[in-house]
Design a protein around this ligand. Structure first.
Ligand SMILES: *[C@@H]1O[C@H](CO)[C@@H](O)[C@H](O)[C@H]1NC(C)=O
Ligand SMILES: *[C@@H]1O[C@H](CO)[C@@H](O)[C@H](O)[C@H]1NC(C)=O
Ligand SMILES: *[C@@H]1O[C@H](CO)[C@@H](O)[C@H](O)[C@H]1NC(C)=O
Ligand SMILES: *[C@@H]1O[C@H](CO)[C@@H](O)[C@H](O)[C@H]1NC(C)=O
Length: 345
């Protein structure tokens, strides 16, 4: 009792010492993996951001280079961003990153779907990464977003003309979660043409799909590939490399993000920081009020809230905000162009 008691204050000191210490080890491990910490609440974050708003943002080339070096060391985005013939040769076994004990062995059929190497001219110059946050509504940022050389978007967002003033229309890469293919396009079992028509807004974009993250995602992703090919569409599927996704996940975990899985947005910003010389991010604001205290919708196109507990959006935001403050990337939160004032006669 005396042996176990004072050290770690386990409640049940009558347990045999072995049991008590096992319990302690368990609790300590638990605390190590899920530390008890307090995130600043929404108001505090908004206040912090407001304090910074008056200051002009400046790029810090030393910090940009340093961060890119860290990403290269952990995750090598230039080589590993997508599955290619180079990094996923025939016969290679790849473990799914979102699933325990599930792997795929690259066979002829899968191999033939990969490009030889990452199909971008690296490094990309100016990149816009567009999240789907409601803060983009009435932002007038479309023109600025489209001025970048390379525009990345998340999860097949709507780009119809009613939104283009705020979010632009140019797209070089757009992510698509297999679950969206299931929900919006019935897994392409019926509505293949609807899908092909709906991705026309992305012009000649790559569609980046985590096909080998979850078991259930593989089939819909392959169907997207074959559908686009069969219809002679201008878009091409790139498969996310599960090793890359896993490494990026570990990278952020070591910096204190505790979520079951990173959001697509953070994956994409991380990739952009490794691939582009200059990164500006738009629509990354996971809060319900904007900087002027006005309520905003969850997305620029709807107000459907995500499942809670899966991603850690405020934590992710704070990491990105830290990069903004250090001049590694620029985060656009204010309006770019004031919306035209309604003339009041
Ligand atoms: C730029 O970043 C480096 C490394 O992060 C830092 O040491 C330096 O003070 C920064 N320079 C400015 C002007 O903020
Ligand atoms: C894979 O393709 C290569 C070349 O097209 C062929 O030589 C080989 O036999 C194929 N392997 C299998 C298992 O089909
Ligand atoms: C679509 O792509 C073509 C060729 O890359 C380009 O000329 C055109 O401006 C693009 N359209 C839009 C809306 O981005
Ligand atoms: C592919 O792009 C070209 C030129 O940008 C366009 O004329 C053509 O209609 C597009 N094809 C499809 C299937 O969307």
């Amino acid at each position: 009792m005396a042996a176990a008691g004072p050290v770690c204050k386990c409640p049940r000191t009558r347990l045999p010492v072995g049991g008590a210490s096992a319990l302690c080890v368990f609790v300590l491990c638990w605390l190590y993996i899920f530390p008890v910490y307090r995130l600043p609440d929404e108001k505090e974050v908004v206040q912090g951001v407001l304090l910074q708003q008056g200051k002009a943002w400046r790029s810090n080339q030393t910090a940009v280079t340093g961060f890119r070096k860290q990403l290269e060391d952990c995750c090598d985005p230039g080589q590993l961003f997508a599955m290619t013939k180079q990094n996923s040769p025939l016969g290679k076994n790849l473990w799914f990153d979102g699933e325990f004990l599930h792997s795929v062995t690259i066979d002829n059929a899968t191999y033939s779907l990969f490009p030889q190497a990452t199909p971008f001219q690296l490094p990309l110059k100016k990149c816009s990464v567009v999240g789907n946050g409601g803060i983009l509504k009435k932002s007038g940022c479309g023109r600025q977003i489209d001025q970048a050389d390379f525009v990345m978007r998340c999860n097949l967002p709507p780009l119809s003309s009613e939104y283009s003033k705020d979010v632009g229309s140019k797209t070089q890469l757009v992510t698509a979660n297999p679950s969206i293919i299931e929900k919006r396009f019935q897994n392409l079992l019926w509505s293949r043409k609807t899908f092909v028509d709906s991705v026309k807004v992305y012009n000649h974009s790559y569609i980046y799909m985590p096909a080998f993250s979850m078991k259930t995602g593989t089939e819909p992703s392959l169907r997207v590939y074959y559908t686009l090919e069969d219809f002679g569409a201008n878009q091409t599927v790139l498969f996310a490399n599960p090793n890359f996704l896993r490494d990026i996940g570990k990278f952020w975990k070591s910096r204190g993000i505790h979520a079951k899985r990173l959001s697509t947005g953070l994956f994409l910003v991380s990739a952009a920081l490794g691939l582009c010389e200059e990164v500006t991010i738009y629509g990354f604001w996971p809060f319900s009020v904007d900087l002027h205290g006005r309520f905003i919708s969850h997305h620029y196109y709807d107000n459907v809230l995500p499942d809670s507990g899966f991603h850690a959006m405020p934590e992710e935001f704070l990491q990105l905000w830290f990069l903004h403050k250090n001049g590694v990337l620029r985060m656009q939160l204010e309006q770019c162009e004031a919306p035209l004032l309604q003339s009041s006669a």
